[in-house]
Every structure is written in C-alpha cells, then in structure tokens.
Design a protein around this ligand. Structure first.
Ligand code: OSB
Ligand code: MG
Length: 368
C-alpha cells in the first residue's frame, strides 16, 4: 500500500466537566487527528492520544506532530510501499514516541482494512459484539460533588466506577462510595502520586473490596510496585509503566502487577496491544482497556480491542456524553451499560468533517 498524503489537524474540544487527576486538571481536550490518503484515494483516520502537556506521559501534542513530520513520515516515505503490519518495524529506529507511532499505524491500518473490507474488531480477533463500560471519575471539589457525580454515572448504567485518588483524597472517598454502593465494581487510579513509603497508608484501602489500584508509584519504579504488592491486598495494576510487550513481561515476572491496563497509544499501537493481551491470556492475567479521553475516532478503535476475549474487566471506554457535548463522530451511546463494537470496515467510524473544521486550530499536510 502506498500513502499519498498525511493530514494533521489539531482540534480543541471542551470537556463536559473538568477532569482533575493527581497530575492536573483538564477542562478541554487538545487532540492531534491524523488522516492518511492512499494512492488509490482511500482514507484512514486515527487520533494521537498524547495530551497538550507531558504530565501523564513524556509525549505531548506538539511534540508528537514534530516527531511525525520530522522523522516518522520521512521513514515511511523512504520505504514507500508497505502494509500496516510493517509500520512498527520501519519506525523502530526512532526511540520512544509510542503515541505518535500508534496514531500513524492506526490511520494506515484503518485505510488498509477499509480496502480489504474487514472491521478492526474482526482483524484484531474480537469475540464480543458489545463491551461493558466503566467510567473514570476525577478528583472532586467535595464529597457531596463526588457522590452526585458517581450517582449520575450509576444511574446512566455504568458497570464499574474508577475513582482518581491522590494523597489527601483517597481512603475517605473510597469508604463513602463503597458505603453507598456496596455491590458496585470499584477501583482507584493514583497516576503515580504515592511514594514507596506509603504502603501502610494504601493498605487502608484493603477493606473496601477494590478491583485494583492503578499506578500508585512512579512509572519507572517497577521494584517499588513489587514491594508494595507485598503489603497491600488490593491488586496492583500498572498503567503508565507498561509501554511495550517487553515491559509487560518484565512487570509480570517481577510481580509488580497482577492486572494490566492496555492503552494502545501508550504501547505503540493496536498490534502491540494484541500481543500484550495474548501474553495476559497465557498468564491468566486480567486485562482491561484504558482510555485517554478519546474522541469517537479513538473510542471506536478502543472498543474493537476491548472486544477481545481476554478483556474481562470493564474498560474506561465510556459513552461520548461522558466527555463531550458534541463528539466528532456519531456519538457512542451506552445501552444497559454496554457500548456496541463497530463492525464496518476499518475502525468503523469517520468524523463529521464540517464539525471537525469548526474546531480545527491548525492543519498541515505531508505528501510522499
Ligand atoms: O490514567 O487512566 C488514566 C485520562 C487521561 C490520562 C490518563 C488517564 C485518564 C483516565 C480517563 O483515567 C480515561 C477515559 O475515560 O478516557
Ligand atoms: Mg491510569
């Protein structure tokens, strides 16, 4: 397959409510959207999950755009004729840049699958037609505000609640949500906000029957997570630390994690994500699909992945209305706590280009 043109847009979409985590508060989502057009005129779409500022991961929107334009696109152009399955190998000499690489691979894979008439879900090995939805709840301004927000999600059907925590906002909110909803599947995400010395404190979460605690320590502190796992009963689930199949293998071998959050952008793409899924199935490790406040473009692809059989826990794959007043695709709507997996060729959705134009702040082209 030959790619004739790459289009990069930066869009800005306001969030329906501020999203506060231990690394900061977001009120809108700046997203880099990639569109590829093949020599035959077939189009493929993807979104790059990097955020505006490198607070969650080292990558950020403007940096990803530069990496693509300066290094990744020229490397692909040099090869000229390739398949989506070749992209990771072609880009391997350029270190890191998982989110930038993932976006390119996904846009190219979308175009390829549209040509071949295969849905991404089928291509990746999905076995489900709908997936259970969880929702990630930001740090609230008060206990009352938290309970109101959680209630509204539970009323709309979400099947798992994830509370963002940080020192000073952890045991009490968990205790209160657990008191009000004793049966609800509940988990927490610390986004690296704790220290190795916080084991005894985090063990206070143990009575509340949490599914997992996500990324309590620094992303590079694999041994610290392994030590922590010996003093807390709540299972540890790594997010930021898992950036490749290799890092997943190592974290499992070191017993630093017993559950894995897969985010395709963080690990370099959907093909690497399937390898991590397969590893976890072999090792009987539960996996779930994380989220990065994606638009409908990224959500569609995440649903395809979450439909693989090893994804046994609900993901952060929420309905469009959880994030945006208006999504860039037909909105994903939840029914009985499930989202349907797109089943038409490629990622199965395309953006509303008029709406996309109205929120685009920059647009650049790269021809091959
Ligand atoms: O740590 O899982 C995370 C959003 C942005 C960056 C990191 C994370 C998150 C979320 C929200 O928790 C997941 C979502 O609903 O998309
Ligand atoms: Mg997380």
């Amino acid at each position: 397959m030959k790619i004739a043109e790459y289009e990069f847009r930066i869009i800005h979409l306001p969030l329906v409510r501020p999203f506060r985590t231990s690394f900061g508060t977001q009120t809108s989502r700046e997203v880099l959207i990639v569109k590829v057009t093949t020599a035959e005129g077939v189009v493929g779409w993807a979104e790059c999950v990097a955020m505006s500022v490198p607070l969650y991961s080292p990558e950020y929107v403007a940096g990803c755009l530069e990496t693509m334009q300066k290094f990744l696109i020229p490397a692909l152009n040099k090869v000229g004729d390739f398949r989506a399955e070749d992209v990771a190998t072609i880009l391997k000499p350029y270190l890191g840049a998982q989110m930038a690489k993932a976006a390119l691979e996904t846009a190219i894979l979308d175009a390829q699958l549209r040509i071949e008439g295969i849905s991404l879900a089928k291509y990746l090995g999905a076995t489900k037609t709908k997936v259970e939805c969880g929702v990630s709840v930001g740090i609230a301004s008060s206990m009352g505000a938290l309970i109101e927000e959680v209630s509204s999600y539970i009323d709309s059907g979400y099947r798992r609640i994830k509370l963002k925590i940080e020192p000073g906002w952890d045991i009490e909110p968990v205790k209160e949500v657990r008191r009000l909803w004793p049966e609800m599947r509940l988990q927490v995400d610390a986004n690296q906000a704790y220290a190795r010395s916080d084991g005894a404190h985090l063990a206070k979460l143990d009575p509340y029957d949490l599914l997992l605690i996500e990324q309590p320590l620094d992303e590079h502190d694999i041994l610290g997570h392994a030590e922590l796992a010996k003093v807390v009963r709540t299972p540890i689930c790594l997010d930021e630390s898992i950036t490749s199949l290799r890092s997943a293998e190592d974290a499992l071998a070191l017993k630093a994690t017993t559950i894995i959050n897969v985010k395709p952008g963080r690990v370099g793409g959907y093909l690497e994500s399937v390898k991590i899924h397969d590893l976890c199935v072999r090792e009987s490790i539960p996996v779930w699909c994380g989220g990065m406040l994606e638009t409908g473009i990224g959500r569609a692809a995440n649903l395809a992945l979450a439909a693989l059989p090893g994804f046994t826990l609900p993901g952060d794959t929420s309905a469009s209305s959880r994030y945006f007043k208006q999504d860039i695709t037909t909105p994903f709507e939840m029914s009985d706590g499930y989202l349907e997996v797109p089943n038409t060729p490629g990622i199965g959705v395309t953006p509303d280009v008029d709406f996309l134009d109205s929120i685009t702040t920059s647009k650049e082209l790269a021809k091959s």
